[in-house]
Design a protein. Structure first.
Length: 360
């Protein structure tokens, strides 16, 4: 693959195994680049193969990671390529390039639509840092056409030709291989619906739990397993208890490999309210045809074969879940596999590198 520069480095705030970090890892693996993390995750981090060079700038705070990143960037020359995918980090790197400190080419990827996701002072801060850093960026990668529109509407100073719409990649062969691992702790004996993500408001888990209660009478043996950890654990636990679902809904915490759960689930659900694009949806589709997603991001309405439902609607989500459960179709269909195949990491990487080359 044409990697353009002498070196490629992919910089992330942490090595937490979230969607944005996994996208950078897939890109780095494809082009044989280097991964750099401002802070090492305290618990479970990304699973990085031995063939990928990696470095951690701090074990304590992201702030010290930023401090240590500054001298590191000086070794990258004009033809080298730096890529990042977190708004604050993107703007920081853009500002360093704008003042002439960072000499390499800079690609930034939008991990979410910050200008529609946030309001008030937080939105204003993003407006300021984008204005400070993004004018110097060589290429901005958006996950969907809607994200591009939202970005450009709030940042008219950007050159539209520097914004590339490139759907997220999925290494479905890797997901399929990982899904072959057995479930443990008795979960393999359960009939369950599965969802996954950080326990944060944007993921819509209260809606999912209430929707599950509506279909429970028709499916009394089904359990709901939610994979992930986050600040809303206490809130979700209260909702589970208030709805008398303590024996049916389980918050499983952070799971290193969720793929076996996605594969063995009777149904996989994405209940998010707002996303850049839910990478977990692609992982679910790779191993299971019974998938329902809210229309929480641009591009979901065009995905074939999955159940689609409006956001923030308990009754509509319950209806879509019940309909998919009755279809009794577990393996991914040919049309789904073609869709996923078009999102291979090689296509993702080459499209971005080609677009960067055209900026010169």
């Amino acid at each position: 693959m044409n990697t353009i520069g002498k070196k490629m480095i992919f910089i992330s705030l942490t090595d937490a195994p979230n969607g944005a970090e996994n996208v950078l890892l897939m890109m780095a693996t494809t082009v044989k680049g280097e991964m750099c993390f401002l802070k090492k995750h305290a618990f479970t981090g990304l699973k990085i193969s031995e063939g990928i060079s990696k470095r951690y700038l701090s074990k304590k705070t992201i702030f010290w990671g930023f401090v240590k990143l500054i001298p590191l960037l000086r070794k990258y020359k004009k033809d080298d390529v730096v890529m990042s995918t977190h708004p604050y980090l993107n703007a920081f790197l853009g500002f360093l390039k704008r003042i002439g400190y960072l000499r390499s080419k800079l690609i930034v990827r939008e991990c979410t639509s910050v200008f529609t996701r946030f309001t008030g002072i937080k939105k204003r801060i993003y407006q300021i840092i984008y204005r400070m850093g993004y004018p110097a960026v060589d290429l901005v990668v958006c996950q969907t056409a809607l994200m591009k529109i939202q970005l450009f509407d709030h940042n008219r100073f950007l050159s539209e030709h520097k914004i590339l719409v490139q759907p997220n990649p999925i290494d479905f062969n890797k997901i399929i291989a990982k899904s072959a691992q057995p479930l443990i702790n008795g979960d393999a004996k359960l009939d369950f619906i599965c969802s996954a993500g950080r326990l944060i408001p944007e993921k819509g888990f209260p809606i999912l739990i209430k929707a599950f209660k509506l279909i429970q009478q028709e499916h009394p043996k089904l359990k709901l397993l939610v994979l992930g950890e986050g600040k809303e654990r206490a809130l979700l636990t209260n909702i589970i208890q208030e709805n008398n679902l303590s024996d049916s809904v389980f918050l499983k915490g952070q799971i290193d490999n969720p793929a076996p759960y996605f594969k063995q689930a009777k149904l996989c659900v994405v209940s998010s309210i707002k996303e850049g694009f839910p990478n977990v949806l692609l992982e679910m589709m790779s191993v299971n045809n019974a998938v329902v997603s809210t229309l929480c991001a641009g591009g979901i309405s065009e995905i074939p074969a999955i159940g689609k439902v409006e956001i923030n609607n308990v009754e509509a989500l319950a209806e879509a879940m019940g309909k998919k459960l009755k279809q009794n179709q577990h393996q991914s269909s040919e049309i789904e596999m073609q869709y996923l195949y078009s999102r291979r990491p090689e296509i993702f990487a080459q499209s971005i590198l080609n677009a960067l080359q055209h900026q010169n």
